[in-house]
Design a binder for this molecule. Structure first.
Ligand SMILES: C[S@@+](CC[C@H](N)C(=O)[O-])C[C@H]1O[C@@H](n2cnc3c(N)ncnc32)[C@H](O)[C@@H]1O
Length: 234
């Protein structure tokens, strides 16, 4: 986009958890216990990412996935709106000798991919930062950055409980997953997620994926608050 219109969403603003806060960044890997190198290695293998592939990761955070993809031989464009996250991620990548990663401060709505269309786009626990209208814009933009047949992997907090059971479902979820302070994401963190971030319903996201030019190849709702999609550009 050459000129950003006045009505365009400002995705650099932090909503919910402030990922420009150094304390949040420093403690992130400790709190996000399911995002280990091993879990990311398994995902990379499952998606078939290997030497010679190009991968964009949007909302890279501390770059755990990006580093493992680079170590597996892919060329990785790691994108995030947070300067604090990017600076932490750069140090982590350099300590891991993961050289084939380029970091960019941008997001779903502003990253302009300069190279050839890529084989894969991966985004985990970041897409919910956008309101639904802007999720659609983000999907259209990601679709345009992929090669024909390219793969989008999307994982996030997505709701598939019955809409009229929202109250008991959200309460039960938070009670199940919240940890004591210092051991992970707390009740207050999850409450803020629901109150201020933009997690949406599965049927909305599925419809957006299809309407933005993807075929959903695999979808999984491990519980009614999380979703994973493997999609292919049509
Ligand atoms: C919960 S963290 C997830 C990090 C990592 N993907 C993971 O799975 O651990 C969310 C990340 O998304 C980034 N983010 C928020 N809004 C974004 C946007 N519009 N575009 C790209 N990244 C965004 C935040 O700065 C943060 O680093």
């Amino acid at each position: 986009m050459t000129m950003i219109p006045g009505w365009y969403y400002d995705e650099l603003q932090q909503i919910g958890v402030d990922f420009e806060d150094a304390a949040q960044v420093q403690s992130y890997d400790r709190k996000q216990t399911s995002n280990t190198p091993e879990v990311n290695q398994a995902l990379i293998q499952r998606l078939g990412i290997s030497k010679g592939h190009t991968v964009i990761e949007i909302g890279t955070g501390t770059a755990t996935f990006a580093i493992e993809a680079a170590v597996a031989g892919a060329y990785v464009y790691a994108v995030d709106v947070s300067d604090a996250m990017l600076s932490y991620a750069r140090h982590k990548a350099s300590a891991a000798n993961a050289e084939n990663i380029e970091f960019y401060r941008a997001g779903f709505l502003t990253y302009e991919h300069q190279g050839e269309p890529v084989d894969y786009i991966v985004t985990k626990f970041a897409f919910h930062h956008l309101p639904d209208f802007w999720k659609m814009v983000g999907l259209l933009r990601m679709q345009s950055m992929l090669k024909p047949g390219g793969v989008l992997y999307l994982r996030d907090v997505v709701f598939s409980f019955k809409p009229n059971e929202y109250c008991s479902s959200i309460d039960a979820w938070i009670n199940r997953v919240a940890k004591p302070a210092g051991e992970g994401f707390t009740k207050a963190d999850f409450e803020m997620h629901v109150r201020e971030e933009n997690s949406t319903f599965a049927w909305i996201l599925e419809s957006m994926l299809t309407r933005s030019g993807f075929e959903i190849i695999e979808k999984d709702y491990p519980t009614t608050e999380y979703a994973e999609y493997i999609c292919q550009k049509r």
